[in-house]
Design a protein around this ligand. Structure first.
Ligand code: ZN
Length: 472
């Protein structure tokens, strides 16, 4: 009966949730600059009786909204940052809404509002049926740059949380049990000496040479690190003009690996590579450490609750119009892309989607014990509280991650339906934990065993502040 209150509230408020999601989709604000998006979420939460602490952990667009009191404390996490350059209209061909502008190419407008829908539905159910406990919505900025939750965890905002839940838009409907890669993000700035590159080259010491030699060294280092590690870089400053020996040059690195300890080790070796490059070029360098994060620890007790709730909520019910949109989108994929996706779905997920353009089923979890080759700051939360996440179909099968196609789906019917499904799954799951103290205890026992002997230590240097100046 309580489940019905959750499902009913989400169905009867679907229009408002969709409106809020479309508003954030249009704002498309990038990490740590999601001021209007956060304000829109905060307004809605306040209207529904939540008390909101704004600007937490040193980030103006981070907040924690809370309803109720006492144990258990159930957290639902929302994100709402966009990605640079991925502006797109709700069209199946590439048509930027504002050329060069940011867009919701990872569907975080849906992520933030779906999570809000779940949290508010729980609040309404608590009021209607007189339930005790605490439901919280964590407004987590800058997921794309792996910033928000790392700082929120460091500042103790999850210290009294019993269970944390979240989700991510996808083309599938299932649990997301795989781990993710731990990571460090840092900029290396080399300082040399300028001179006329032709007339007086012997007086110059090129900072760009140092950057290039560091990259060469890193590419050799690559051969002698663990198989699943990833090193990638972009040169963010390569000098001004060819006839001036660059006095300053900068390279931005991500170092990723399945375990936090491996990232620490590879990062230490990368610093040695930078030292070598500086020695060779008679330059100096400094490091701006931006952020770091942990891999994700999946909690099976929490994951099972999410899957049960997903079976109850059912897959999103797409319309013929949605399918048509997805079919047109697939027609524009590069040659072979659709077939590769079909093959991957068979091999990795165990599902035959030949001839399908949208996922209309809830599929069984397929990635227990696997490591996905990306990173998320959900990882840090998962090391301090029992955590699990799932994915709901919000885009066409074969939609690339971080793409204009993703932005398009996130602003129309396909994304809306996946988001409302996610709200239901989160609402039902949070309610289950609110009402079942034994289940909360079981999740905590599993958590305690999984972190035993390797307790969380923030990857951030002492006193480190959020990189508010960092756009992307
Ligand atoms: Zn994302």
């Amino acid at each position: 009966m309580h489940n019905q209150t959750i499902l009913h509230w989400i169905s009867s408020n679907a229009g408002n949730l969709v409106k809020l999601s479309d508003h954030i989709w249009e704002l498309a604000e990038v990490g740590l600059h999601e001021h209007k998006s956060a304000a829109a979420l905060i307004d809605t939460l306040k209207q529904h009786g939540f008390t909101v602490e704004e600007g937490v952990a040193g980030m103006p667009s981070a907040f924690v909204a809370s309803f109720g009191s006492g144990k258990p404390v159930i957290a639902i996490m929302g994100e709402y940052d966009a990605l640079p350059g991925l502006s797109q209209k709700t069209h199946f061909e590439k048509v930027p809404a504002k050329p060069g502008a940011a867009g919701h190419g990872c569907g975080h407008n849906l992520l933030g509002v779906g999570a809000l829908g779940g949290a508010v539905a729980v609040r309404e159910t608590m009021v209607t049926h007189g339930l005790s406990g605490t439901i919280r919505y964590y407004g987590c900025p800058a997921e794309e740059t792996l910033v928000g939750k790392v700082f929120m965890v460091r500042d103790g905002l999850f210290a009294d949380v019993d269970v944390s839940l979240t989700w991510h838009p996808s083309s599938l409907n299932t649990l997301w049990a795989a781990s993710s890669l731990a990571m460090n993000s840092a900029k290396f700035t080399f300082h040399g000496r300028s001179s006329h590159a032709a007339g007086d080259p012997e007086s110059g010491r090129s900072a760009l040479d140092a950057v290039e030699l560091m990259n060469v060294g890193a590419n050799y280092l690559r051969e002698h690190i663990v198989q699943d590690a990833r090193l990638h870089y972009v040169i963010t400053n390569g000098g001004g003009e060819p006839n001036i020996v660059p006095p300053v040059a900068e390279v931005w690195y991500y170092v990723r690996a399945p375990k936090r300890k491996q990232v620490d080790e590879i990062y230490a070796r990368l610093i040695k590579v930078a030292e070598g490059a500086a020695m060779m070029t008679e330059t100096t360098f400094d490091i701006e450490f931006l952020t770091g994060c942990y891999n994700t620890l999946h909690n099976h007790v929490v994951g099972d609750v999410l899957m049960d709730a997903f079976r109850t909520a059912g897959a999103p019910q797409f319309t013929a119009e949605d399918v048509e949109f997805a079919r047109h989108m697939a027609a524009n994929y590069p040659p072979g892309h659709y077939q590769t996706m079909v093959d991957n779905m068979k091999d990795r997920v165990g599902v035959d989607v030949e001839g399908k353009y949208l996922m209309d089923l809830v599929t069984e979890p397929h990635d227990y014990g696997k490591v996905a080759a990306g990173s998320t700051d959900v990882g840090d939360v998962s090391w301090v509280t029992p955590t699990a996440q799932f994915m709901a179909a919000c885009n066409a099968l074969g939609t690339p991650g971080h793409s204009w196609q993703y932005t398009a789906c996130a602003g129309m019917g396909i994304g809306h339906k996946g988001m409302l499904t996610a709200a239901k799954v989160l609402g039902l799951s949070a309610l289950k934990f609110l009402q079942d103290a034994e289940l909360v205890a079981k999740a905590k026992i599993e958590f305690a065993q999984s972190v035993k002997g390797r307790e969380y230590k923030t990857p951030l240097p002492e006193g480190h502040k959020p990189p508010l100046h960092q756009l992307h």
